[in-house]
Design a protein around this ligand. Structure first.
Ligand code: SAM
Ligand code: FES
Length: 351
């Protein structure tokens, strides 16, 4: 029965809520392998065996929000806070450029120090130095006006995971001042402003049910984003969710496969969190349908301070080491890292 559902999904790129629920409840190895083969097929038709890389720059871990799952939440008094200077950020970009990166992802907590003016100036400076590179922002919920300002400064893409598409579940992961409604409004504004947009969610976050996951998939299909970031929830010992179990490798891979078939052209990273819960997590993610990796370009001196979750990998390695390590890992499974902006491809066969 599951194979039939996967066939339908592979052909039509859509499934109803009931069918998704049914499929999500059968993550047996046999079903998973069947799914992954179809997902790879879909991915090869659009993106071949290329794996795009994004240079992640974690430029501040100050955050005014208090998400219960996150290690850099404002209530974590033990977090060692840092901010990179514009010069440090530009140095990360320059070093990344030499290593073949053509996309920079500026990610941070919601840090009021970085006013709209400061962000816009930073984006302008990066685009001036590296006009052939894409700049992605991942700095949380802002007004439409702020997003418009960053866009005018040259920002190309924006990552804002919706975290969960179920409002009741959203309320269990966040304090009352944060709402799913606002998160969704932000995503729609970003799209309207012409950004390449990424939504996404954690797999296995506390209180998540398969119903929640089905809603995540339906919401994602409806939003039709260019990118989707998913990874397992991993507890961080200084948060209220310190004792909650982590999401599993199996379920995360399964969702990557389903997402590839739902949105064949989507840019789908095999995340650092996936590499953290299993030594071959990122390779397995690529083999389940992902086509992007996001190695860290932040200075090694601050890596350990951006501790969203425990045991994060690559906190001691230089960018060049991660670049080489990932190139080898991808080659071993028959894929290659490419020097490219890695833009979303609108291939006609799927439109
Ligand atoms: N502040 C920005 C925002 O909210 O979009 C960007 C930074 S935020 C730390 C980036 C992502 O980290 C979140 O969207 C969340 O899904 C993920 N994250 C936070 N805590 C996590 C945890 N304990 N395990 C796995 N992922 C986590
Ligand atoms: Fe960082 Fe392997 S990717 S060491």
């Amino acid at each position: 029965a599951s194979k039939k559902l996967i066939d339908t999904l592979a052909e039509t790129h859509t499934l109803g809520r009931q069918a998704l629920l049914e499929l999500l409840q059968d993550t047996s190895a046999e079903t998973a392998q069947y799914l992954f083969a179809k997902a790879r097929n879909a991915r090869h038709r659009v993106y071949g065996h290329d794996v795009y890389m994004r240079g992640l720059i974690e430029f501040t871990n100050f955050c005014k929000n208090d998400c219960y799952y996150c290690g850099i939440r404002r209530s974590n008094a033990q977090a060692q806070r840092y901010r990179l200077t514009p010069e440090q950020i530009l140095e990360c970009c320059d070093a990344g450029y030499e290593l073949g990166f053509r996309t920079y992802v500026l990610q941070g907590g919601e840090d009021p120090y970085f006013t709209d003016e400061r962000i816009a100036t930073l984006v302008r400076r990066i685009k001036q130095r590296h006009p052939d590179c894409a700049v992605t922002l991942s700095i949380g919920e802002k007004s439409r006006e702020s997003y418009a300002l960053y866009r005018a400064a040259g920002a190309d893409r924006y990552l804002l995971r919706h975290e969960t598409a179920n409002a009741a579940h959203y309320a269990k992961l966040h304090p009352p001042e944060l709402s799913l409604e606002n998160r969704k409004r932000c995503l729609r504004n970003l799209k309207a402003l012409g950004y390449q947009v990424g939504c996404g969610f954690m797999v296995g976050s506390p209180y998540q049910t398969v119903e929640c996951l089905a809603e995540d998939l339906l919401f994602t299909k409806e939003l039709n984003p260019h990118m989707v970031g998913i990874g397992p929830f991993i507890p961080q010992h200084q948060t209220p969710f310190a004792d909650k179990p982590a999401g599993t490798l199996e379920q995360t891979l399964f969702l990557l496969g389903v997402l590839r078939l739902l949105l064949p052209n989507v840019l789908l990273p095999a995340t650092t969190a996936l590499g953290t819960i299993h030594p071959q997590g990122r390779e397995l993610g690529i083999l389940a349908g992902a086509n992007v990796v996001m190695p860290n370009l932040s200075p090694v001196s601050v890596r350990k301070k951006y501790m969203l979750y425990d045991n994060k990998i690559c906190t001691g390695e230089e960018a060049a080491e991660c670049r080489l390590c990932l190139a080898r890992r991808m080659e071993r499974i028959g894929y290659q890292l490419t020097v490219s902006r890695g833009d979303y491809l609108h291939s006609s066969s799927y439109s």
